[in-house]
Write a protein that binds this ligand. Structure first.
Ligand SMILES: C[S@@+](CC[C@H](N)C(=O)[O-])C[C@H]1O[C@@H](n2cnc3c(N)ncnc32)[C@H](O)[C@@H]1O
Length: 348
């Protein structure tokens, strides 16, 4: 049959070309995903219509093999598949954490567990999950100083703070790491090194879902709101979709429901929250195209410079903006131990 060379043909070819970019390259045949699926099945995860795939634009994510309608469940992950502080406490680290004073934070407990399990290699029951975790991250904390220097000023300061915060976490955790020596043949100084902590911190910062756990005395007062959710954490973010997510007490599973449609073989996207690109870069290491939450950060200095000198209210206006945290502080801020932001608000 003669190929259509007219306008319709060109349109059709263009659409096909565009579609091939939007569709992902299925990678569920790769051994690491086959092992992960088997491991999840043993923990009660029912095979869904999701497949790991590589997408142009968002990287690795999950594609659906069935069209999704608003109201459909995207994924339902049983409690047994989740990695939380309860997992950590029931491991060999549990006794050491319970005896350690001052108590460690839930975040540090999770970081320690990830590093220890990664070190255990073949012996770790979490190996199929650990094997699919990224080896490196693009959060500002992992960027070289000369790259951080290229960022706009307010973001540069926040990136430097994030780097210093992890350095401080490492410094303040060294004694705790040393206390774990009886559990390891190799020196804890080698196992729990700075880059291992940085990797674990970024894993938690970029991949955890929000799940509130009651406070336990063996932990410090920082909120215990994290859970690592294997497979579910392959879902990428879009500011333009809406989902409902949370732990379902009846099914004892963490569930995500879509409020948007998704076509067959397209990437299933969820919303991590109404974050602007600065926040996305800081917390997750990427920026979203056409982000409706985009904002521009302005320092008090810049604002005052461009306020009309005749405006008698300008100081009061700046003060109101400051009170509501709408202004970047210019002075060097004290490095605070900030808790990372879980993947999804309960309300996202
Ligand atoms: C929860 S993980 C999602 C799965 C991840 N892409 C992977 O391969 O493991 C979150 C990370 O995915 C990446 N990501 C999520 N949404 C993205 C998007 N819209 N564009 C680019 N990268 C995105 C970022 O690196 C982010 O830190």
């Amino acid at each position: 049959m003669k190929k259509s060379r007219g306008r319709t043909g060109r349109k059709r070819r263009r659409r096909k070309h565009l579609k091939s970019f939007m569709d992902g390259v299925n990678c569920s045949h790769k051994l690491e995903y086959i092992k992960l699926k088997k491991w999840l099945k043993e923990r009660g995860f029912e095979d869904s219509n999701l497949r790991p795939a590589e997408f142009w634009g968002t990287g690795r994510g999950l594609m659906t093999t069935k069209a999704l309608q608003a109201g459909d469940v995207i994924i339902s992950l049983p409690e047994k598949c989740l990695l939380t502080t309860s997992t950590v406490l029931s491991s060999c680290l549990g006794g050491h954490i319970e005896n350690w004073k001052p108590p460690v934070s839930p975040l540090l407990a999770l970081c320690t567990f990830l590093i220890a399990e990664k070190h255990a290699g073949e012996k770790s029951p979490w190996k199929p999950y650990l094997d699919v975790l990224p080896k490196t991250y693009t959060c500002p904390a992992c960027l070289e100083p000369d790259v951080i220097n290229l960022l706009p000023n307010p973001l540069k300061k926040k990136a430097q703070e994030q780097k210093m915060m992890i350095q401080e976490l490492f410094r303040s955790s060294r004694a705790f790491f040393s206390s774990l020596q009886p559990l390891f043949a190799e020196s804890t100084g080698t196992i729990f090194n700075f880059s291992a902590l940085e990797w674990a911190w970024c894993t938690i910062n970029t991949r955890t879902i929000y799940m509130k756990h009651p406070h336990r005395d063996c932990f410090s007062l920082e909120p215990d709101v994290y859970a690592l959710a294997p497979y579910l954490d392959l879902l990428n973010h879009s500011p333009n979709v809406q989902v409902t997510a949370g732990f379902n007490e009846q099914t004892r599973s963490y569930e995500i429901w879509t409020n948007s449609q998704c076509k067959k073989y397209q990437e299933v996207l969820i919303c991590y929250g109404p974050h602007d690109n600065q926040r996305l870069l800081l917390e997750y290491g990427f920026v979203a195209l056409d982000n409706p939450h985009s904002s521009v950060y302005v320092s008090a200095d810049i604002l005052l410079k461009y306020f009309s000198p005749l405006d008698k209210q300008r100081k009061a206006k700046v003060s109101i903006l400051k009170d509501h945290d709408f202004l970047e502080e210019n002075e060097q801020s004290i490095v605070k131990q900030r808790n990372p932001r879980p993947l999804q608000d309960e309300t996202a």
